[in-house]
Design a protein. Structure first.
Lengths: 265, 334
């Protein structure tokens, strides 16, 4: 579905954000991309949906293919019409418009296709949105806004959703609901999902395959089952202590991480 | 009371034209977040195009005679024996001018749309994604380019153009005083109000309007949802330049035509700020009230004051409400 080959991205011709990153999202699978702040996760997604040009970013080397076509020559509006939907970081709903108008705006993704927007499906999925249909979207709660962001994605009937930190700023209970939705989207419609997360625990709960990135590169990849059992991932991403005990760790024991990180990059 | 009504009506009529000009500034701002300082000069171009297609072209030797003055037999027969300054005579004069008026308006609409598209394509689009400030500065630069090139193309001489509607006087009694208005002013007002209403309805109630509002709020997200943002941008500029062409033609019939027409854009910019840059309704209220205030100060204090008083009111409003009367404040989540 989506193949990213060895891309390098620079902002303003000077700041290098990605340094030869490659990853692949197969049809109908959920792939998660984990990493610390500033690792370049969001940049990767923006490169894939061709939004970098609007932010002075540029893909220098490397290629990105969506359904066998290079995305770099396709404008973002055409890309979503071909089935690649980007749910952006911080949800980015249109706060000054009503819930309904937000969904109608997403129906532009169906232009040049025969399909009609299915608003009822969204409202059946999220009954809460139906109640608040005529409300200004900016006054929804964070969880409801995330539902709306998903709702917009569903209207567009994508084959691949790029999802940027859906858990951002939400309570654990809501996060659980949201990830349930992600799983459902994937299972019911067969939508492939590239999920960027900081919360490795929940991401591993739904994903089939995972990539770990650090300072603009992939440093580790594998099936989720394998990643979950990796010692480093357990201690750096899942917050478990090295020997599995609950006790506190001294800083000296963690320090090797820094060394390791330097070695990796 | 009758006097009051007369000046109020005069005020509303000039207010409607302010509103028509303001549409262009608001549309471009809503879609692209750029305050177009050069809008007045876009209007001036519209006025000159109207002049070109309704006066210069019909005056050429190769132009057919009916274009300059249409005089079928029945028109000449009807004109026969009419007294001077009769309303009927004004209408008949207008009919004789009709071909060149229509030619002028259509020509101005097309030519100005092309100018708007060229500006958007060559100056604004390459700056997409850069800071808005850069684009605003480009519009400031455009002022010099446009006023300079207008003088090169059309020279700086003042000229007159035919009225858009029959210019017959209309008299009626209100509160015991005779009210007196010109037919052409009334038609101008109706045109301005219809255009304004149509555009507001389009932005509010249609899918195309949703695309504009979505682009206004977050253009890159709109882009990534299938809305063609470049198309929204160029449509906004076309809308601004075509409504500007009509406003220019109207202004040219009222005040004659000269390069100083462009200055009009600045007073309208103040009105737009007062109404709230992104609110059609607020801008409409502001345009109407400035129009009426101007007429009232002219009546009570004389023409010298009419230039200042309304704009002092604009300043007061801005201090009281920095976003303008009905400008969108950011929606803060509670």
């Amino acid at each position: 579905m989506l193949t990213i080959e060895n891309i390098e991205v620079t902002y303003y011709h000077t700041v290098q954000a990605l340094r030869g990153l490659s990853l692949e999202v197969p049809d109908g699978k959920i792939v998660t991309l984990l990493g610390t702040n500033g690792a370049g996760k969001t940049t990767t997604l923006k490169a894939a949906s061709n939004l970098l040009a609007l932010e002075n970013g540029e893909v220098g080397e490397g290629r990105i293919f969506f359904k066998g076509q290079s995305v770099l020559s396709i404008q973002p509006d055409r890309l979503v019409q071909q089935g690649l939907f980007h749910v952006r970081e911080g949800r980015r709903i249109f706060t000054e418009m009503t819930v309904e108008d937000n969904l109608i705006a997403a129906s532009y993704a169906l232009d040049r296709r025969k399909e009609k927007p299915d608003y009822d499906k969204v409202y059946a999925f999220f009954p809460r949105l139906k109640e608040r249909r005529r409300q200004i979207a900016g006054y929804l709660s964070g969880g409801e806004q995330q539902m709306l962001a998903f709702g917009r994605a569903m209207i567009a009937r994508p084959e691949l959703i790029l999802m940027d930190e859906p858990s951002l700023g939400l309570a654990p209970k809501i996060v659980e609901e949201i990830f349930g939705t992600i799983k459902r989207l994937n299972e019911e419609d067969g939508t492939a999902i590239l999920l960027v997360e900081q919360n490795a625990g929940v991401a591993f709960g739904v994903a089939d395959y995972g990539y770990i990135m650090e300072s603009g590169q992939i440093v580790m990849e594998g099936d989720v089952a394998k990643l979950k059992n990796d010692k480093d991932i357990q201690s750096f991403y899942l917050g478990m202590s090295e020997d599995g005990s609950e006790g506190r760790q001294s800083f000296r024991d963690v320090k090797h991480y820094k060394r390791r990180k330097r070695w990796l990059s | 009371m009758g006097q009051f009504a007369q000046f109020a009506i005069n005020g509303l009529m000039s207010g409607a034209i302010y509103a028509l000009i303001a549409i262009g500034i608001v549309s471009v701002f809503k879609a692209t977040k750029v305050v177009n300082f050069a809008h007045g000069y876009l209007i001036m171009f519209g006025a000159y195009f109207y002049f070109t297609f309704s006066v210069v072209v019909p005056g050429q030797e190769w132009a057919p005679a009916w274009l300059a003055s249409w005089q079928p037999d029945w028109l000449l027969a009807a004109k026969e024996g009419l007294p001077m300054f009769s309303p009927m005579g004004a209408v008949l004069d207008w009919v004789a001018n009709l071909p060149r008026i229509l030619f002028g308006l259509v020509g101005a609409l097309f030519a100005n749309a092309v100018v708007g598209l060229i500006i958007e394509r060559t100056l604004m689009r390459p700056l997409m994604g850069q800071s808005i400030f850069a684009m605003i500065m480009v519009t400031v630069g455009l002022i010099s380019i446009m006023s300079g090139s207008a003088q090169l193309i059309w020279t700086a001489d003042a000229a007159n153009v035919p009225y858009i509607a029959p210019n017959m006087p209309i008299r009626f009694e209100l509160f015991g005083t005779m009210i007196f208005i010109f037919g052409t002013d009334l038609v101008n007002m109706v045109i301005a109000l219809l255009l304004f209403g149509g555009i507001v309805a389009f932005v509010r109630f249609t899918k195309g309007g949703i695309a504009i509002r979505a682009t206004a709020e977050d253009s890159s997200t709109a882009y990534s949802m299938g809305i063609s943002v470049p198309k929204v941008f160029s449509r906004a500029w076309v809308l601004a330049s075509t409504t500007g062409a009509i406003a220019g033609a109207i202004l040219a019939t009222r005040n004659g035509i000269s390069p100083s027409l462009g200055l009009f854009g600045f007073s309208v910019l103040a009105i737009v700020l007062m109404g709230g840059l992104d609110s059609y309704i607020g801008v409409f209220i502001a345009a109407m009230s400035v129009g009426v205030m101007e007429a009232m100060t002219q009546w009570q204090l004389g023409g010298d004051w009419a230039e200042i008083v309304p704009y002092v009111a604009v300043l007061v409003v801005l201090i009281w409400r920095p976003h303008g009367l009905m400008g969108q404040k950011e929606v803060e989540r509670i």
